[in-house]
Design a protein around this ligand. Sequence first.
Ligand code: F6R
Length: 594
Amino acid sequence: MCGIGAYIGDKDASSILTSIIRDLEYRGYDSCGIATYSDGKINCKKDIGKVSDIDFSSLKGNVGIAHTRWATHGIVNFENSHPHSDCDKKMYLVHNGIIENADELRNILAGHEFTSKTDSEVIIHLIEDFVNAGDTVEDAFVKCLKLLEGAYAIVLIHEEKLYVARKGSPLVLGVGNNEMFVASDSVPIQKYTRNIIFLEEGDYGVLWKDNYKINNLDSVDVDREIKILNNNIDEISKGSFEHFMLKEIYEQPKTIERAFLGRISDDKVKFGGLNISEDVLKKIKRIILIGCGTSWHAGIVGGYLFEDISKIQTKVEYASEFRYKNPVIDENDLVIVLSQSGETADSIAAIKEAKSKGAKVIGIVNGVGSTISRMVDGGIYLHAGSEIGVASTKTFSSHLVVLYLLSVYLGSLKGTVRDPAKMLNELQEIPALISGFLENNNIEGVSSKYFDCDNALYLGRDYNFPIALEGALKLKEISYIHAEGYPAAEMKHGPIALIDKNMPVIVIAPEGRLYPKIMSNISEVKSRKGKVIVITTNGLEDGFDEVIKIPKVSEYLMPLISVVPVQLLSYYIAKKRGCDVDRPRNLAKSVTVE
Ligand code: F6R
């Protein structure tokens, strides 16, 4: 998983590389390093810790490579951090991905002294082996790539040249004026140049400061278009907020609006990039929603929307499990893949499976130009801007907006939506309601009473069941409190045994068709002395330990509102526990390993 960067040009490489890997820390932040070439040799500095913990300014030179790591092979220590070098320290390399046959290759590299336990170090020694046998560095690089099984994005530095390659892990080039940039995604490069090349699977390249070539592994020149990216790059800064996560929660009125802006016209929904005709969409018999983690939770909300509003049978699948079911798919299925990053390896594998069986695949992603956005038949961008906090927040709500629009759109095509104007107007009122809630709520106070609990249970029903799952995930990932989300009525089938006076139970219970039933579920908790924190549109009832009052909207839009208090609750609890909210332990923002 890891982020990699490289620079070649006339400027100070280490400062540019520091900026690139700082922006890539969402991909991992166990350890980091930079290697630059100057005065005929390569100097390298690396260590465990975050980019801000290390001063790279002593590294001189105008060409270099950089890495920020999320450990897969080998523990987090100095030796396992990148860059890695050959025995003579003439070449250094950074790698993102997993080399599946690393152990096998290590065995054939007799005589090479390995300093790390990583799969990545095998690559540089393999290249060295070919060079020692008389190959040029480029030939050695290509021969090595042909032997690697698994996934890689690689940058190798040798003298004043960079060698890059991509298979299964993303890598983009920035083409500047007498300078070239490399990074795991385009965002950190766009500060320097908007001219971006997305390397394709199996590409390798050689970069000089004023030129580059891209070939396939048969050393045939391949033409890769330079895309001029004009999208807004948000300044990656926390502004006046203490953490990115809080900033991103507070951005939601704006990002929700951006997700529907330009997609509603004359009381109809229109999408620019679906690339599937209305005739084909009208014949869709089933939707399969696929994602991981928070994106999977958004998919569950989507399942309710498509069944309820568009009257289309819908399945929601974990991307990581999907292909192992040998799923039955045909041309009447529409597969929708949800992803913030657009780089999640499990989701990519699921797309390959769906496409191999002839399904039409749409991606709903935030990462502009990401791998998923480029491999699907049609797509809808979230336009939420960079999400830096590892815990997804604003992209979850943007996913919900797009799924809602899509359900109204498909429902209108199928004639199941009677009053689209009303439904779309309601959506447009949501940002103001969330702004009002963000300005005035009691969540910080509530969190101060429960931040030292060991366990928590989240309950919801109907459209709010996925919000219970999301609330539990948010709490566990950033505060390390064990939490579970359940449909409220399922509690009595097992989890009720956990309830005692120490167990906070967060119940998402807005008024609606199941309100009386969820109130009965709450009574079951209270009878067992559980602490009830109720998130509801009706703040008048007595008898709860805490009431968090949220604005009332239609049931199918309620998740957009009810997710905000669960996001804030986990944020404030994690902060009070002294956790690193934006960079929780063991996690990374983009999960590019299966
Ligand atoms: C949780 C979280 C993860 C991601 C998951 C999928 O806060 O962020 O669970 O949702 O790793 O990532 P994407 O959406 O990038 O495919």
